[in-house]
Design a protein around this ligand. Structure first.
Ligand code: PLP
Length: 394
């Protein structure tokens, strides 16, 4: 398979990365091997020295993991991909590969909680500081960048309020100040948004979410160019070994094959649900990029193909009202995960954002009455029926 300009996204997702073996298998095999046999001492030496391509040891070379990396890189339009054991290890590997003591990150405030803890509690131990800004406030990004800033980090759309950053504008800002832009593309996936084509330098994923799509495995990935990812990030992977298992890589390979179909169906269901929620008297606000009322709706259809699969809404009655809606469901899964065929429902103020102070939650816009739904692929009328039981009582 060649570049993304020559094939459609689903073709890349189905056909890239599988180098058929002498067995002639049609499906991608799982290579459950930790090491590889060399034909001679000379061949072993050449592989270790990097003078010849080929497998060495599965901490950093495995054909099934390699197939996943090649496929995701093609879908994101990147030169290289490094697969990791989880989304969090993707961020850690990326930071270890690209930053050193004394350097600085500017990050959007609305990012996954563990990412904040990684930045604040652990990277600080190695002399790397992080400042936080509101994702849509360009002046705040500009002000926060200093001489030591090396990375701008953004998750767009944000969790759970689905605020969107303008990737192209942030990429231009990053480059004008000698920084790199990293986008966590977990919510959209390359089926809906391709940050590298908009100027971002690196994309990272929690493959655990939509890339798998059925809640089976934990994994992650970093995508970018040959220098940043193929050398710097890969170097940390080779040495430190936060490696994706071949089995997980195989599950993600299969997940990628249906990614575009699934993401479009998630978004169709999410738009229908968001439109329905807007009509409910007890719902005071709906956050969904696909609705015209969303502050960055203009980025849907340009930066981001659809509104995506995540809907957040606020109900009357604060925490009590929100908990009543959550507890009245019988089909929806009460869980903080997302990106599954099964619809999940979460009360952010007491789960994903429960460790923030009330003031921090208020600044982040996480009210007590806020509910997040990661809309799955069930019949959306059944999701509505499950919600109306609680919604109708408020
Ligand atoms: C946006 C985002 N980024 C990163 C992560 C971390 O991924 P993982 O759980 O695979 O380590 C998550 C997990 O929920 C997430 O939602």
């Amino acid at each position: 398979m060649r570049g993304p300009d020559e094939f459609g996204l689903s073709t890349l997702a189905i056909r890239t990365g599988h180098n058929r073996t002498a067995e002639g298998e049609h499906g991608e095999p799982i290579f459950t091997t930790s090491s590889y046999v060399f034909g001679s001492a000379r061949e072993a030496a050449a592989r270790f020295a990097g003078d010849e391509p080929g497998n060495i040891y599965s901490r950093f070379t495995n054909p099934t993991v390699g197939a996943f990396e090649e496929r995701l890189a093609a879908m994101e339009g990147g030169e290289c991909c490094v697969a990791t054991a989880s989304g969090m290890s993707a961020i850690l590997t990326l930071c270890m590969g690209l930053l050193k003591a004394g350097e600085h990150i500017v990050s959007s405030r609305s990012i996954f909680g563990s990412t904040t803890i990684l930045f604040n509690k652990y990277l600080t131990r190695f002399g790397i500081e992080t400042s936080y800004v509101s994702l849509a406030d360009l002046d705040a990004w500009k002000e926060a960048i200093g001489p030591a800033t090396r990375l701008l980090f953004v998750e767009t759309p944000s969790n759970p309020l689905t605020e969107m950053a303008d990737i192209r504008t942030l990429a231009d800002l990053a480059h004008s100040r000698d920084c790199l832009l990293v986008v966590d593309n977990c919510f959209c996936t390359p089926a809906l948004q391709r940050p590298l084509a908009l100027g971002a330098d690196l994309v990272m994923h929690s493959a655990t979410k939509y890339l798998d799509g059925q809640g089976r495995c934990v994994g992650g990935a970093v995508v970018g160019d040959r220098k940043l990812v193929g050398e710097e990030v890969f170097g940390v992977m080779r040495t430190a070994g936060p490696t994706m298992s071949p089995f997980n890589a195989w599950v993600f390979l299969k997940g990628l094959e249906t990614l575009e179909l699934r993401m479009l169906a998630h978004a169709r269901n999410a738009l229908a649900l968001a439109s329905w929620l807007r009509e409910q008297p007890c719902v005071t606000r709906v956050h969904y990029p696909g609705l015209e009322s969303h502050p960055q709706h203009h980025l849907v259809g340009t930066q981001q193909r659809t509104g995506g699969g995540i809907v957040a809404f606020e109900v009357r009655g604060g925490r009590e009202g929100a908990w009543r809606v959550v507890d009245s469901t019988r089909m929806l899964s009460i869980t903080a995960n997302l990106g599954d065929t099964k619809t999940t429902i979460t009360h952010p103020a007491t789960t994903t954002h429960g460790r923030l102070t009330p003031e921090e939650r208020e600044t982040a816009g996480i009210s007590e009455g806020l509910i997040r739904i990661a809309v799955g692929l069930e019949d959306v009328e059944d999701v509505q029926k499950d919600l109306v039981r609680g919604v109708a009582t408020l």
